[in-house]
Design a protein around this ligand. Structure first.
Ligand code: 13P
Length: 251
């Protein structure tokens, strides 16, 4: 399985700096060396970033989409619109959207269905809060999110899961490698139980305070199929160093 290193720019980037960042990643990447690389800028930059990386191995993704393809939904953006702008992936159910916009598992599932219908690869985010981890409920919470957020056909459509413990996002704190390994093994088991053999092919990314300095051991953890990177993806050198730390896939 090829690792996937995805940069989630969140609500950061104006035109000139966003295009410069995408160009710098493109120039530094070369042929990519067996790693899939994805940039997820804000909606406003998708088309410009897609143009900046056109012809390279870098893919572009959105950070959310509406479950409907079109209609009276002021301010929302649909999956076909993302595709039309040059995206091939979309991040869904990020904990910041679950918290800021009250997104439920059922809504995330509907969005993932819309993404697949539009020909986008969904990256569905799951992860527990610190209170849930401290209460010993981390795996139960993540399993419930998986059950509710992943649509039928998710694995066959090439869907990706991102495990992002809420308490590790933007905090500089990360779980131990043993805790990451345990959670990723639990996620794999749920995916195989639900989707059979196709569940073995789902990439499971780790996200939460990944940076150049900690990427290598995290990316070497069994069942970690790549990283979803926030803050460190806003600096080309840092993001490129994370990509370089990914184990190269064996064909
Ligand atoms: P940070 O890498 O800034 O902790 O953010 C992780 C994240 O939320 C990626 O989606």
């Amino acid at each position: 399985m090829r690792p996937l290193i995805a940069g989630n720019w969140k609500m950061n980037g104006l035109g000139a700096e966003g295009v410069a960042l995408a160009r710098a990643v493109r120039e530094g990447l070369g042929d990519g060396n067996g790693v899939d690389v994805l940039l997820c800028p804000p909606f406003t930059l998708i088309e410009r970033v897609a143009r900046a990386v056109a012809g390279s191995a870098i893919a572009v993704g959105g950070q959310d989409c509406h479950p409907k393809a079109s209609g009276a939904h002021t301010g929302d953006v649909s999956a076909p619109m993302l595709k039309d702008a040059g995206a091939s992936f979309v991040i869904l159910g990020h904990s910041e959207r679950r918290a800021d916009h009250g997104e439920t598992d059922a809504l995330v599932r509907a969005k993932a269905e819309a993404a697949v219908a539009a020909g986008l690869t969904p990256i569905v985010c799951v992860g527990e809060t610190l209170a849930e981890r401290d209460a010993g409920r981390a795996e139960a919470v993540v399993e419930a999110q998986l059950a509710g957020s992943l649509p039928e056909g998710f694995a066959r459509a090439g869907g990706v899961v991102a495990y992002e413990p809420v308490w590790a996002i933007g905090t500089g704190r990360t779980p131990s490698e043993a805790d990451i390994a345990a959670m990723h093994a639990a996620i794999r088991a749920r995916l195989v139980a639900r989707f059979g053999a196709a569940g073995r092919g789902v990439r499971i990314l780790y996200g939460g305070s990944v940076k150049a300095a900690n990427a290598k051991p995290i990316l070497a953890v069994p069942e970690v199929g790549g990283a979803l990177v926030g803050g460190a993806s806003l600096q080309a050198a840092e993001f490129l160093a994370i990509i370089a730390a990914a184990p190269v896939a064996v064909a």
